[in-house]
Design a protein around this ligand. Structure first.
Ligand code: GLC
Length: 423
C-alpha cells in the first residue's frame, strides 16, 4: 500500500514538473541610449508577466565598439552571463557562431520582417538573430531658427556648412556664446564609421570595401569628403566633436545649442518629449548630398536580438526574443521611442505615423540606406572598421592630410585582407 502511495506521489510530482516548469531568470542586454533602457524594461516586464519568468537587464557600454569588445570577451569564454543579446546589424558575421539558430522558434515570425534584415542576420543558413529595429542616419534641424533666419533645409553639405556658419554667427551675436552650427559623432568608434561612410558615399566615393570585397577607399571623392568634414571641426562644430558619440551630440542639440545634428531616429522621441527645451521646434530631413551630382546617403544601422549558445535556457530566451520583436512590441517601441520597425506592415500604421511622421516621410532614406561592408569583410569587419575610424579621426584632427591618410589606410586594409577576407 505504502509503495502505491509513494508511486502515486512520484507520478503527481513528475506531472507537476511537466505542467509547471520552474520559472527561469533570463538576463537580457539592451542598450541604454536615451529612453532605450526604460522602453526595453517595459517590454521585458510585459513578457515576464505573461510567461511567469523573470528578466534581469544587463547594462552594457553605450559605444557600439566597446559593447562589441565586451560581448567578444564574454562569448569567447563561453560565459552564460547573458542569455539574450542586443546586437548591431554589422555583428552577425563576427559573433554568429556563438548564437543559436532561431529558425525552429520563429514559427513564421521571420516572414513578416524585411527580407534584407533577415538576410543580414542569416549566417551559413542559420538565423542567428531576429531584427528588432532599423536605423538610418538622418539630419535634425532647428526648424524655428531656419524660419527665423529665412533659410531652407540644406540639400548639399556645402549648403549645410554655409547655413550653419550664418546662423551660428548671428546666434552668438545675440548672446548665445555656446551655439554651434552642426554636431555629429566624431569619436574614434563605430559611430564615426557610420558618419564618415555617409560623407564619402554622398560624394560618390564608395563604402570602404565594395560588395565584391575590393578595397576602394583611397579615391579622390573620399578625400574631398573627408577634407570638407575636417574643415567643420572648430568652425561650425565644436572641437570637442572629436570625442562625441550619439548622446554627446544629442545633449548639445537638445539643450538648444546647435542648429543641425546628425543622429539616428531614437533622438526624435527625446527631442519631442514634454521636458525637452526644443519640443515642437525640430524637423528631420535626409542627410545632404555630396554636391549637385552627389546623392543623399544614410548609413544603415539597426539592432537585432540573439540567444547565446551558452544560455542555460535557450528555449525560454528564444521565446523572449520572439515576444520583443513581435509586431505589437515594435509598434509600442515606435510610438514611445521612435524606433523604426523592421516589419514592413507597420510602415503605414496611423498611430506610428502620428507620433513620428518622419518614419513614413523618409521611407526612401531607409529603403536606400548604405550598408557598411560587414558582409563582404566577414570576420575581419571590426578590424576594417577600426582601421577606418582611426584613419578618419586622424584626418579630422589634422594629424594627416586626407589623401595621404587614405593611402596608408588602404595599405593597412590590404594587410588585413591578405589573400582574402576571413568569412
Ligand atoms: C546605432 C546603429 C548601429 C551603429 C551604431 C554606431 O546603434 O543602430 O548600427 O553601429 O549606432 O554608433
Amino acid at each position: 500500500m505504502r509503495s502505491i502511495v509513494a508511486f502515486a506521489c512520484a507520478l503527481m510530482t513528475s506531472a507537476l514538473l511537466v505542467t509547471a516548469p520552474r520559472a527561469a531568470e533570463i538576463s537580457l542586454s539592451c542598450s541604454a541610449l536615451g529612453l532605450e533602457h526604460e522602453i526595453c524594461r517595459a517590454g521585458a516586464d510585459r513578457w515576464a508577466q505573461q510567461s511567469g519568468h523573470t528578466v534581469t537587464l544587463v547594462s552594457t557600454p553605450n559605444s557600439a565598439t566597446e559593447r562589441l569588445a565586451l560581448y567578444q570577451q564574454l562569448l569567447a569564454a563561453g560565459a552564460g552571463d547573458i542569455d539574450v543579446l542586443q546586437i548591431d546589424v554589422v555583428w552577425p558575421g563576427l559573433l554568429g557562431a556563438h548564437f543559436i539558430d532561431l529558425t525552429p522558434y520563429a514559427e513564421g515570425a521571420a516572414s513578416g520582417q524585411f527580407e534584407t534584415m533577415i538576410e543580414a542576420n542569416t549566417i551559413d543558413g542559420r538565423l542567428v538573430a531576429m531584427p528588432w529595429f532599423a536605423d538610418a542616419g538622418v539630419l535634425y534641424a532647428r526648424q524655428d531658427l531656419l524660419d527665423a533666419y529665412g533659410r531652407e533645409m540644406p540639400q548639399t553639405w556645402q549648403e549645410l556648412s554655409e547655413t550653419a556658419q550664418y546662423v551660428q554667427e548671428r546666434e552668438r551675436e545675440a548672446g548665445n556664446d555656446d551655439f554651434w552650427g552642426y554636431v555629429w559623432q566624431g569619436r574614434a568608434y563605430e559611430g564615426l564609421t557610420t558618419n564618415a561612410i555617409e560623407w564619402i558615399a554622398s560624394h560618390g566615393g564608395g563604402t570602404i570595401v565594395d560588395q565584391a570585397g575590393e578595397i576602394t577607399v583611397s579615391n579622390e571623392a573620399a578625400a574631398q569628403a573627408l577634407g570638407k568634414a575636417a574643415g567643420w571641426v572648430g568652425t561650425i562644430s565644436p572641437p570637442g566633436v572629436l570625442n562625441y558619440a550619439e548622446e554627446e551630440a544629442r545633449g548639445v542639440f537638445q539643450s538648444g545649442n546647435a542648429l543641425f545634428m546628425r543622429n539616428w531616429p531614437y533622438a526624435w522621441a527625446l527631442a519631442q518629449a514634454d521636458d525637452s527645451p526644443i519640443r515642437g521646434k525640430v524637423s528631420i530631413a535626409p542627410l545632404p548630398r555630396g554636391g549637385e551630382d552627389g546623392r543623399h546617403a544614410a548609413a544603415l544601422g539597426g539592432q537585432s536580438l540573439a540567444v547565446s549558445r551558452y544560455s542555460q535556457h535557450p528555449q525560454i530566451a528564444a521565446d523572449l526574443v520572439i515576444f520583443l520583436t513581435s509586431q505589437e512590441e515594435q509598434k509600442r517601441r515606435a510610438i514611445e521611442g521612435s524606433f523604426n520597425p523592421t516589419l514592413p506592415a507597420l510602415y503605414d500604421d496611423d498611430e506610428i505615423l502620428a507620433s513620428a511622421s518622419f518614419i513614413g516621410e523618409l521611407s526612401d532614406v531607409f529603403a536606400n540606406a548604405v550598408a557598411r561592408p560587414a558582409a563582404a569583410t566577414g570576420q575581419d569587419y571590426s578590424r576594417v572598421s577600426n582601421a577606418f575610424f582611426n584613419a578618419v579621426h586622424g584626418i579630422l584632427s589634422g594629424e594627416q592630410e586626407p589623401g595621404a591618410g587614405l593611402q596608408s589606410l588602404e595599405r593597412e586594409l590590404t594587410r588585413i585582407k591578405r589573400r582574402g577576407w576571413t568569412q
